[in-house]
Design a protein around this ligand. Sequence first.
Ligand SMILES: [Zn+2]
Length: 93
Amino acid sequence: MIEIIRCVSCEGFGWSEDDDGQAEDCDWCGGIGYVYRRGGRDQQIPIADLPGLSDQLEQLETERMREIGYTGEAKKPWEQAVREGKFPKPPRS
Ligand SMILES: [Zn+2]
């Protein structure tokens, strides 16, 4: 049973600020903001899995945005990464 959980390191943001105030991709989740939890262990989600997980991630992100009181369009770390050409684009449905 594999769960997808919010990254404990960056709280789902996908990045963190270093001491100089520079935004850096989170090491724990690889900039995705979410990780697999498998048998009580967190594991980075392989980039190749992302296209198949976009619905699940979107749902988690919507929840997260609601929690922090953000009502605008969700800012999705993995979609930005796609835009930057870092991750493969999800297949069109
Ligand atoms: Zn993270």
